[in-house]
Design a protein around this ligand. Structure first.
Ligand SMILES: [Zn+2]
Length: 311
């Protein structure tokens, strides 16, 4: 064979090999995920790693009950292949608008591309009667499930399976990340539960009824709520009533979420001589709540600090 053509052949072979190598090295199309709240965005990142691109619709400083259906959110739903939200009517005021406007069949109600976290946990505070006069009552039960790490573990299981279903080419990747996450999460949950032992039976007041899962997990006793009805800011007359109530039945602290307006809680705290504890409530709600582990590390430390040494 002529030298030149041999070299050409070698070159052609090398080029073909390089093209193949490039194909293998190029990350495949990342799954487009739309997460309604930061906790589900964080969980998706834990389970998918670089196989998903996650868009987070809200921040920890926004009230997830009340979000504007902005064009940027509609555009994000339109290109989503998986939508991960809380459900249980938390997003009832805005998500249906986004879904209607985006008209993306992949993430419609009932499709595999739509995962509602609250469907996978046992819900608390399911009302026995429904009356709009009672305020913005959550008819499907309390949606604020992310304050109990055991719920996060249940949602992780469902989300891991869903990722595998939607992107079977990466099934092994999702399975190993899920197993790794669950091992670390169970160990952390055990550690948090042990550390929280002094919180058992501690009476608390809450701003919004947003902590029933945290209370059930740790044995905290809710004795008062600042909001007269869910979603309604307390009037000064109502706060005075709550103060009288706390003088009869004291609480050790007032819990509020990072997104709550804080003046009412502060007013009450000064008069009842108890601390306000502003919990991150979700990922990004405090400096330390950078991921799901940090969210609970910070939550537990703040609760224990407010409780002080046990008597
Ligand atoms: Zn609520």
């Amino acid at each position: 064979m002529h030298h030149r053509s041999l070299r050409a052949l070698q070159r052609a072979g090398a080029t073909a090999w390089l093209a193949l190598a490039a194909t293998l090295a190029t990350p495949a199309h990342a799954l487009q995920v739309f997460a309604c709240e930061p906790e589900w965005a964080a969980l998706t990142r834990e389970l998918a790693g670089d196989k998903a691109t996650v868009y987070t619709a809200t921040t920890a400083l926004q009230d997830p009950h009340q979000i504007q259906a902005r064009p940027s959110l509609i555009a994000a739903v339109r290109k989503a292949e998986l939508l991960v939200c809380t459900g249980a009517e938390l997003e009832a005021g805005w998500l249906p608008v986004l879904l209607r406007q985006a008209a993306n069949p992949a993430v419609d109600d009932g499709k595999p591309g739509q995962l509602m976290a609250a469907d996978f946990v046992r819900k608390l505070d399911v009302p026995t009667r429904l009356d709009r006069a009672d305020g913005d009552v959550h008819a499907a039960g309390n949606p604020h499930i992310q304050t109990d790490p055991r719920n996060i573990g249940l949602v992780a299981q469902a989300l891991g399976q869903r990722l595998t279903q939607l992107d079977p080419a990466n099934a092994a990747h999702y399975r190993s990340r899920l197993a790794d996450f669950q091992t670390r999460w169970q160990a952390a949950t055990h550690r948090w539960t042990q550390a929280a032992a002094p919180l058992k039976g501690v009476p608390i007041a809450v701003q919004h009824r947003g902590f029933p899962y945290l209370e059930a997990w740790l044995g905290l006793q809710q004795v008062a709520a600042l909001e007269p009805k869910p979603g309604v800011e307390p009037s000064s007359a109502h706060l005075a009533d709550v103060l009288r109530q706390l003088q009869q039945q004291p609480a050790r602290m007032i819990l509020r979420a990072a997104y709550n307006e804080g003046r009412g809680a502060q007013w009450l705290a000064e008069r009842a001589r108890i601390p306000v504890v502003t919990l991150p409530y979700t990922v990004g709600g405090s400096e330390r709540a950078k991921d799901l582990f940090g969210l609970f590390d910070d939550t537990l430390d703040q609760l224990l600090k407010a409780t002080g040494p046990t008597k």
